[in-house]
Write a protein that binds this ligand. Structure first.
Ligand code: 5GP
Ligand code: SF4
Ligand code: MG
Length: 443
């Protein structure tokens, strides 16, 4: 999931449209934009890609120079009711909200709100935040949001748009990324800095863990530190898998991080081989690093079809058994008879990796040596990132040798945690899915 915000930058809807395009890799299920011209809030949303939901006509209807936008990724709770930004009408002033992340105490909060009379329309935590804002009956919105921030716990980066202000809030551990950029005297806020390039904005700084930044006309952005205790525990999987290589997160370039992971893997787990390749797209940088460090040539041995969308019809069982493969395809002539080092970002259930090893072997690979750019993941994520339940996590059931056998690889090596830290310049990271050390309370 991802958020994007614009404050006082000309045509806000158009900028948000481009910003959301640059963030599309973080969610393809739904998207929306809410704008304001200082008098009204306008909103458009739908299920599908940014390019499917918006057109020029819709963008002209979204008036104003301030906006927030969202792209949604989720297996839980579909339907257009769950597509953000949410827009709330209230006699004290309309407001809109877009959230990236997940609250760990949402069940408790929702139950308490329902007992007090709230009725929910979606399964998104953004709606809980909105209800909390109104339930505490604090008139001033800034104070109301501040109060909410003391009640919610978890991993979040959210934006709230009112007729005259834009609020940007990041959780106390900085689990979710959120950055501020500048453009023509106005401001842009985005989950990833790659969106700044898309709209011609320049990076200013990250929103700090436990910080709320308020953008208001005629004043410099105002910062409120709301958490008693804050720490830098950004989700390591952002660097490993989610983010785009051209983004800088917490001062770390994503491509460089992944390339370093590949270099460490080459040092720690060398192997005699003929070529190195990565699973597109997230493991290409790691493969380049491994190749550079080991001296084994890097090759593009797998091609990813970029045009397989959400509504793509999966091939029938019969066609699958005949080896009809559409998303990933091996470059057979490169692979036949070769010893291959295969870099992949992570193994969750293990099914993807197994499929790829089989694909390479059936394309004639003599050996396939798998190198994973993060440690094994035996612990579930409660922060809305990895939705897998513990039962599905292959590393919760099997040790490394067990996983190697299961994915049918000739060798398997995972990057140890300390090297992941090193690749990230020792910036504080959440590593809970690898080591079980959760930075928040769990309910
Ligand atoms: P699995 O082992 O579950 O079959 O597949 C893991 C692969 O799926 C990873 O290499 C990664 O590229 C991709 N992937 C897709 N969604 C996610 C996610 O939410 N978390 C992680 N860690 N990987 C994901
Ligand atoms: Fe990210 Fe893993 Fe922490 Fe979840 S548990 S926030 S996936 S590092
Ligand atoms: Mg992958």
């Amino acid at each position: 999931m991802s958020v994007f915000g614009v404050f006082k930058c000309g045509n806000a809807a158009e900028l948000t449209y481009y910003g959301l395009h640059a963030l599309q890799h973080r969610g393809q299920e739904g998207c929306g934009i809410c704008t304001t011209n200082g008098m009204e809030l306008y909103r458009e949303r739908g299920e599908g890609l940014v390019i499917e939901i918006f057109n020029e006509k819709k963008l002209t209807q979204l008036k104003g120079d301030c906006a927030i936008g969202h792209v949604r990724y989720s297996s839980a709770g579909g339907g257009v009711d769950n597509v953000e930004p949410f827009l709330f009408r209230h006699h004290t002033g309309d407001f809109s909200i877009a959230l990236n992340g997940s609250l760990v105490n949402s069940n408790q909060l929702q139950m308490s709100l329902e007992t007090q009379g709230s009725i929910f329309q979606s399964s998104s935590d953004a709606e809980i935040i909105a209800h909390l804002m109104k339930m505490n009956r604090i008139k001033d919105k800034t104070n109301a949001i501040e109060e909410v921030l003391t009640m919610i716990e978890g991993a979040y980066a959210f934006l709230i748009l009112t007729k005259d202000k834009l609020y940007a809030c990041r959780d106390a551990n900085g689990l979710q990324p959120l950055s501020i950029g500048k453009r023509n005297g106005g401001y842009i806020v985005a989950s990833e800095t790659c969106a700044f390039e898309a709209v011609g904005a320049t990076f200013v700084r990250d929103v700090n863990p436990g910080e709320m930044v308020i953008f208001e006309k005629g004043a410099d952005p105002k910062s409120i530190l709301f958490a008693d205790k804050s720490s830098h525990k950004m989700c390591a999987m952002e660097l490993v898998y989610f983010a785009r290589p051209d983004s800088e997160i917490e001062g770390v370039n994503v491509h460089t991080f992944r390339k370093n992971c590949g270099k460490y893997l080459a040092r720690l787990a060398p192997v005699e081989a003929d070529l190195v390749m990565g699973v597109p797209d997230s493991s290409i940088s790691g493969a380049i690093g491994y190749a550079e460090e080991s001296g084994i040539p890097y090759e593009i041995g797998l091609i990813k079809n970029k045009y397989i969308g959400r509504t793509f019809i999966q091939p029938s069982q019969e066609l699958r058994e005949k080896g009809v493969r559409l998303k990933l395809s091996p470059v057979r002539s490169l692979i036949t008879g070769k010893r291959v080092v295969l870099l992949d970002d992570s193994i969750v259930r293990g099914t993807t990796c197994k499929r790829i090893v089989r694909m390479l072997k059936s394309a004639g690979a003599k050996e396939v040596h798998v190198r994973i750019c993060c440690p094994p993941m035996p612990h579930p994520c409660f922060y809305g990132v990895d939705t897998s339940a513990r039962e599905e996590l292959v590393s919760a059931r099997l040790d490394v040798e067990g996983v190697r056998q299961m994915i049918e690889a000739d060798s398997l090596f995972y990057l140890p945690e300390e090297y992941l830290r090193k690749a990230g310049n020792e910036t504080g990271l959440c590593l809970a899915c690898y080591n079980g050390e959760y930075p928040t309370r769990l309910y």
